[in-house]
Design a protein around this ligand. Structure first.
Ligand SMILES: O=C(O)CCC(=O)C(=O)O
Ligand SMILES: [Fe+2]
Length: 352
């Protein structure tokens, strides 16, 4: 990543400002009411549910502390990630992803057709992960994706799996709180994930970049899944488009916190009551940055549509149903090349 390749250069209007607002006000929510004890009395978490609801509505983003994921597991995966990315490109390419298995290493992701200044390693939560063969709605064939197992660092796979188990538990808990905040039963969303979820974890490495005014670590985008549970390190760089005024604001790194954001699927399920918010990652001219998002995705056969309980005559469904697996396969295949067409988006299912 030495010379600036024009593929990395953002259009002028999307280039980052180098001095941005640090958003002190992004809500930090303490999950100890649900992590340190079993919830026997639902009224004991009423305050927490309200806080979650407000954060989802006003920001689409929040941070959680006292979340129950052991710090030691987070430290282990961070250490393993550093060791993995410090290898030569030749070593890393031994576990490159390809068109049949989108898991593994790659450094050529494009967001909105501009190349991201990063390299990643992707790993699915379930191995195998079941997925449609093609994006064609009439094709019912199902195939599966499997994970790659790099030789180095030792026990890489085990370290990732141990961590994923814990962030997955946290994701289920957060979905319960979100369900309650929408006036639904706590377990309303469970059925979509309990069998054959398609979630994956991504290890991101953003090398120092001499062109922080031109390039981005990840260009502006919204996350397409249900929920994202993100660990960022102390370097910082994540920016969120503040709903109140559409300004880009920086999410201040908080040690051992997770950054949570509502994805497109929750937007559809809630019929736009909660919205998936645009975000992007700035690069740093001196420091490398590591981050680890967990993308909580439902089973491929989930039909995503506004929930019946949240729609009525006055508030009719704003989206046509879509099959999650088909959406995912369409996205993945378009990620391999820089194309001049827009990726599939939820607004393509919007009822005018
Ligand atoms: O690295 C980050 O802080 C966020 C990355 C991100 O938004 C993504 O991978 O979807
Ligand atoms: Fe994202």
């Amino acid at each position: 990543m030495g010379e600036v390749d024009p593929a990395f250069i953002q259009d002028a209007e999307h280039r980052p400002k180098l001095y941005t607002i640090q958003a002190e006000e992004i809500p930090v929510i303490d999950l100890s009411p649900i992590t340190n004890q079993a919830v026997s009395d639902p009224s004991s978490i009423e305050g927490l549910v309200k806080e979650i609801g407000r954060a989802c509505k006003e920001w689409g983003f929040f941070q959680v502390i006292n979340h129950g994921v052991p710090l030691s597991l987070r430290q282990n995966i961070y250490k393993a990630s550093r060791l993995f990315f410090a290898q030569t490109l030749e070593e890393k390419r031994k576990v490159s992803r390809d068109e049949t298995s989108p898991n593994g290493y790659y450094d050529t992701e494009h967001t909105k057709n501009v190349r991201d200044w990063k390299e990643v390693f992707d790993f699915h939560a379930k191995d195998p992960t079941f997925i449609p063969v093609t994006s064609d709605d009439h094709d019912d064939r199902v195939t599966h994706w499997t994970n790659q197992s790099p030789q180095y660092p030792p026990n890489f796979r085990g370290i990732i799996e141990e961590y994923v188990e814990e962030v997955e538990k946290l994701s289920f808990k957060l979905m319960e709180l979100i369900a309650l905040s929408l006036g639904l039963e706590a377990k309303r969303f469970e059925e979509f994930f309990i069998k054959d979820q398609t979630s994956f974890i991504r290890l991101n490495h953003y090398p120092p970049c001499p062109y922080p005014h031109l390039a981005l670590g990840v260009g502006r985008h919204k996350d397409s899944g249900a929920l994202t549970v993100l660990a960022q390190d102390e370097v910082g760089g994540l920016e969120v488009k503040r709903k109140a005024d559409q300004e880009w604001v920086r999410v201040k790194p908080t040690p051992d916190a997770y950054i949570i954001n509502v994805g497109d699927i929750i937007q559809v399920w809630s019929n736009d009551f909660y919205e998936s918010v645009e975000h992007r990652v700035m690069v740093n001219p001196e420091k490398e940055r590591f981050s680890i998002p967990f993308f909580f995705f439902p089973a491929h056969d989930t039909e995503v549509q506004p929930l019946e309980e949240l729609t009525n005559e006055k508030n009719p469904p704003k989206y046509r149903p879509y099959k999650w697996g088909k959406f995912l396969v369409t996205r993945k295949s378009s990620n391999f090349k820089k194309k001049n067409v827009e990726n599939i988006q939820i607004y393509h299912y919007k009822i005018a």
